[in-house]
Write a protein that binds this ligand. Sequence first.
Ligand code: 3H9
Length: 697
Amino acid sequence: MTSPVSYKIVDDIGVISINNPPVNALSQAVRQGLLEAIRSAQTDASRAVLIQCDGRTFIAGADITEFGKPPAEPYLPDLLDEIEASAKPVVAALHGTALGGGFETALASHYRIAVDSGKVGLPEVKLGLLPGAGGTQRVPRLAGVEATLDLILSGTPISAGHAAEIGLVDKVVTGNLYDEALSYTKQLVNDNAPLRRTRELTIDTVDSSLFDSYRQNLDKRARKQTAPQRIVDCVEAAVTLSFEAGQKRERQLFTECMQDSQSVAMQHLFFAEREAAKIIGLPRDIARREIEQVGIIGGGTMGGGIAMSFANAGIPVTLIEVNAEALERGLSIVDKNYAGSVKRGKLSKEQAQQRRSLIEGDTDYAALADVDLVIEAVFEDVELKKDIFGRLDKACKPGAILATNTSYQDVNEIAAATSRPEDVIGTHFFSPAHIMKLLEVVRADKTAADVLATCMALAKRIRKTPVMSRVCYGFIGNRMLQGYFREAQLCLIEGGTPESIDAAMYDWGMAMGPISVADLAGLDVGYKARAALPVEKRGDPRSYRVPDALVEMGRLGQKSGAGFYAYDAETRKKSSDPAVLEVIEREATALGIERRPIEADEIIDRLIFALVNEGLRILEEGIAQRPGDIDVVYVYGYGFPAWRGGPMHYADAVGLETVLARINEFRERFGEENWTPAPLLEKLVAENSSIRLFSPP
Ligand code: 3H9
């Protein structure tokens, strides 16, 4: 097999080239090739060494597909030590994204040159890891402790220019990187430039309280995550220990991270996110429709947020409202959001103005004649939506994609209101739409393949993570949420309090407890939906009597200053309200429930296994393409902790036999209406299999 690493001498410079598409990851073959090349360079006629990559990027990190397998020599830290020990100057030429082990390779080189469009970073924390090939020891020697902690703890890549400012890159160039790097290396040789080994640099001392303040901050910001705390330990070791001892500590903590279930979960999500973007059965290179101009129907919170998502990606938007007043209200929300971004320093005033200028308003559907895509984002009334789609059918040009942002309604029914159901699709954004990463792309029965492929690709363009769902009530995310919320309400009336339910789920890792989420969403939403139904269709009264009683008292949630909690009018800070406990106790008595203490373990299992059980049904019915898609939905759309990998990954980690036993126990205790195990769960347990191995029918 030919090596992905080649070596040749060009004008006295030993040029090592790596060619390992798609991202030049440091596979065993790349490490072996690099080792052989750097060794050759020690004894041949070259006067210096240049490491460069072919293709779209410098090395983007260790090869994540090798993680979890037995480690194979040469090990990266040893290889990098050998590069750093080279008797001839080593220069790394960076383009694209020099990340993780790739950037560590550059840090072990003696000089770094980068093209101005390049980015560098240490994103290991996003995989539940820490830089394990000297990154935590070399970066502080070049950039100082604080800049190191900020870079490694955020995991976010920085521009080549910024890297040069903080001492991580020596020279930034425009134009042809290879030519520039070659002449830079020659210049270093001519100047007799020293072998600048990063390990030999000293670090400015810092007050040890700095590390404690980072640790405390991480207790909140990266709650329950182990890798960020270990990163602080490593950087502290860089300050307090010798390079060799610090490196040993880094190695030990890296291994601990690798064996931690958090990293396994986050690596799963890395691949799941990329898989989710692919549609089974659709060729990757299918022709897509051009989207240069977008229309949005409805200037409410959702419509405005969606408009901003497109404008932020440079795509012009026409926002349609029913009249001038509603339009002005909608646009003013957009203005307020952009002003907020400027105030928080996220955007410059000019950037905000430029983006805002891409959003126009109108009250006439005729303004949509030339748009390539329209997204309807009005409230959840299927008749209204059908009427709008009938009008869009007439107003929009042939080939325009007609999308609905519905959260629950039947996209097939909406598509049938047009003469072109093949152009109709669901694009379900999450609130706030300009911030939340998830986009559920709903494929209706007649949606054309190129419409689907266009929307999946468009999601990436507007920096969203797309997941395809088939049509069902609530699609993937909201359908699963019903059982989760039902169990939260049942635990509440059976003996819990808003505080005990929220604390159980928050401490488990959810971004927010379910009772607080209900207050945020507004209790009136469910109330109105139930009021429209005959009593016998409203479900189990134990799951809704408390919130309905609160609505009847005028407690609609955060927006009215009170719901399950009381909210401070200015700060919106929540506090417990004894009046709510009285309501819970009163409703429990009225329904004949004898309240009992409910432990956190029971709350967690009832809520999470309700999610898992419904997720399995969704898989079995083919609503979701793969288990990982469901995990991506929950982590990016519903505040499920990434370090638990999503509900389906979590169920596998707990063990399906345990999950089934618990669900059967709940069936015994609470009845089969809510607790019938999904047939797929029973099947997988009988086969001694796991969700991860399930492939769709
Ligand atoms: C590390 O380095 C540890 C060390 O400190 C210590 C070691 C001892 N490995 O994202 P894309 C695949 S930890 C294997 O769609 P983009 C990816 O799965 C690592 N495969 O492209 C996809 O495959 P497919 C630290 C990888 O242009 C294809 O490449 N590094 C790797 O949107 C294209 O990916 C990171 O965490 C990898 N490292 O973004 C960087 N990376 O086509 C992780 C990508 O079959 N990578 N693939 O679906 C990224 O952030 C983005 O992929 C990157 C390109 C920005 C590079």
